[in-house]
Design a binder for this molecule. Structure first.
Ligand code: PMP
Length: 442
C-alpha cells in the first residue's frame, strides 16, 4: 500500500553528515553539522554536565515519573531568567510564561502553533537566508511565511537598508523572526545601534518579535552579552516570544532541551481606551497603543483591567493544549541537568568558563583560517571570516565550488558555502585552505 510513496530528499543540513559518513577517505572533514568539536575533532561533554549527571544519578530520591505537560518548573523559571535577565521586570511582574520544549526546534514549533491559533496576524517574516528548518516549522504550524532581506552577498555583511525597507513595507502586527545572536547561516548580526533601530521600527508598527536563541553564550562567550537583543525588546515593555536551545551552549544536543517563553505587556485596557498615560508617555507611543488595541483586546477581552498573571495563566493553559496531543510532556533528564547547573552558583560559574572556552576556540579557528588564506595568497577578501560571529562562516563559496571541494578534498559543507568553524582544528586548517585555494583558482 505504500509503493506509491516517493523518496523524499535528504535534509539539506543533516544530509551532509549522511554523505560524510559514507566517504571512506581518511582526510574527510565534516564542516556541515552545527555541533562543537574539540581540537582533536571529538564531540565534547562539558565537565559541569558530567558532574550534574553524577549528582542526579546519586540522588536516590529521583524517580522517572512523567513531568507536567509544561515541563520542569525550576528549569522553566531559570531559563526565563537566563534569557531575559535575572532582574527582568517582566519576570518580576509575572508577565512571562515559560514551557519546556524539545530543544530549539520544538520551542519554535510550539510557539508557532500557539500563534497560529491565538494571534490574529498569521504571517511571519523570516530573514533571507535563515536556518533551513525555519520555513518548514512555521508553515507546518499554520503560519504564512514571508521574508525580509538580511544578507548582502556583495559586502558579506548585513543588508540593513534592505531589512528596514522590507519590515517597513510589511503589514502592521506581523510576526518577525529574529536570530537573537550568531545568525545562522551568515554569522552576521546587527550592531546594538542597528538592533535599536529595528526595535523602534517594529514597535512603531506593533510587530511581534519572535526570537530564536540557539547560541546564547556560544557566540561571544558571554551569556548576558548574547542576550542583549532580546532584553532590549523586553525592556521596552512590549510583547516578545523567545525560543531557547541548550543544544550548543550546554552541549546537550541529543537530550533535546529547550524552552519557549511568551512575554506579554501589562497595560490596563482602560488607560489605552481613554489614552491615559500608563507606561508610555509620548503622543506617538499612545498612537502605537491604539494600533495595538485589537491585540490587547484579544488578551484582555474579559476584564477591564488586564491582569498579567491572569493572562500568563491563560497563555499557559493554551500552550498545554498545543503540547499534549503532540508529545504529551517533555523528557526529564536534560532539563534536570540544566536546572541543576543553573541553580547552583558554583556550577553556573563552571559552565560559563567551559562555554567561554568553546567560544574562544571557535574565534581562534576564525583567525587561523583567515591567516592561513592570507599566507597562501588565496585570491579574494576573506576578512568576513574574522568579522562573522558564532558557529558558522558564510564563506561566499558557491555551490559549484562546494561540490568541487567535496569531490576533490572530501570536505563536506552545505551547498550555500556555510562552514561550521566548530568542526575545524589547527590540524585541519591547512587542508581546508588548500581546498578553498584550489576551488577559487581553478
Ligand atoms: N535555530 C537555529 C538558528 C539553529 O541554528 C538551530 C540548530 N541548528 C536551532 C534553532 C535548533 O536546534 P535544536 O533543535 O537542536 O535546539
Amino acid at each position: 500500500v505504500f509503493a506509491h510513496v516517493v523518496r523524499a530528499p535528504e535534509d539539506p543540513i543533516l544530509g551532509v553528515t549522511v554523505a560524510y559518513n559514507k566517504d571512506p577517505s581518511p582526510n574527510k572533514l565534516n564542516l556541515g553539522v552545527g555541533a562543537y568539536r574539540t581540537e582533536e575533532g571529538k564531540p565534547l561533554v562539558l565537565n559541569v554536565v558530567r558532574r550534574a549527571e553524577q549528582m542526579l544519578v546519586n540522588d536516590q530520591s529521583r524517580v522517572k515519573e512523567y513531568l507536567p505537560i509544561v515541563g520542569l518548573a525550576d528549569f522553566n523559571k531559570l531559563s526565563a531568567k537566563l534569557i531575559f535577565g535575572a532582574d527582568s521586570p517582566a519576570i518580576q511582574e509575572n508577565r512571562v510564561t515559560t514551557v519546556q520544549c524539545l530543544s530549539g526546534t520544538g520551542s519554535l514549533r510550539v510557539g508557532a502553533e500557539f500563534l497560529a491559533r491565538h494571534y490574529h496576524e498569521r504571517t511571519i517574516y523570516i530573514p533571507v537566508p535563515t536556518w533551513g528548518n525555519h520555513p518548514k516549522v512555521f508553515t507546518l504550524a499554520g503560519l504564512t511565511v514571508k521574508t525580509y532581506r538580511y544578507y548582502n552577498p556583495a559586502t558579506r555583511g548585513l543588508d540593513f537598508e534592505g531589512l528596514l525597507e522590507d519590515l517597513s513595507a510589511a503589514p502592521s502586527r506581523a510576526i518577525v523572526l529574529l536570530h537573537a545572536c550568531a545568525h545562522n547561516p551568515t554569522g552576521v548580526d546587527p550592531t546594538l545601534e542597528q538592533w535599536e533601530q529595528i526595535r523602534k521600527l517594529m514597535r512603531s508598527k506593533a510587530m511581534l518579535p519572535f526570537f530564536d536563541s540557539a547560541y546564547q553564550g556560544f557566540a561571544s562567550g558571554s551569556l548576558d552579552g548574547d542576550a542583549q537583543s532580546v532584553r532590549m525588546f523586553v525592556a521596552d515593555g512590549g510583547e516578545c516570544l523567545a525560543a531557547q536551545s541548550y543544544a550548543k551552549n550546554m552541549g546537550l544536543y541529543g537530550e533535546r532541551v529547550g524552552a519557549l517563553s511568551i512575554e506579554q505587556i501589562e497595560i490596563p485596557v482602560v488607560s489605552v481606551v481613554v489614552g491615559v498615560k500608563e507606561r508610555r508617555n509620548s503622543f506617538k507611543d499612545i498612537l502605537v497603543l491604539f494600533v495595538r488595541v485589537p491585540r490587547l483586546m484579544y488578551f484582555c477581552h474579559d476584564s477591564q483591567v488586564c491582569k498579567s498573571a491572569d493572562v500568563s495563566a491563560k497563555v499557559e493553559s493554551q500552550l498545554k493544549l498545543v503540547i499534549r496531543p503532540m508529545y504529551s510532556n517533555p523528557p526529564i533528564h536534560g532539563a534536570s541537568i540544566v536546572a541543576t547547573i543553573l541553580k547552583d552558583s558554583n556550577m553556573y560559574h563552571e559552565w560559563t568558563v567551559e562555554l567561554k572556552a568553546m567560544a574562544d576556540r571557535i574565534i581562534s579557528m576564525r583567525q587561523q583560517l583567515f591567516n592561513a588564506l592570507q599566507a597562501k595568497g588565496t585570491p579574494g577578501d576573506w576578512s568576513h571570516i574574522i568579522k562573522q560571529i558564532g558557529m558558522f562562516t558564510f564563506t561566499g563559496l558557491n555551490a559549484e565550488q562546494v561540490a568541487f571541494m567535496t569531490k576533490e578534498y572530501h570536505i563536506y559543507m552545505t551547498s550555500d558555502g556555510r562552514i561550521s568553524m566548530a568542526g575545524l582544528s589547527s590540524r585541519t586548517v591547512p587542508h581546508l585552505v588548500d581546498a578553498i585555494h584550489a576551488a577559487v583558482t581553478t
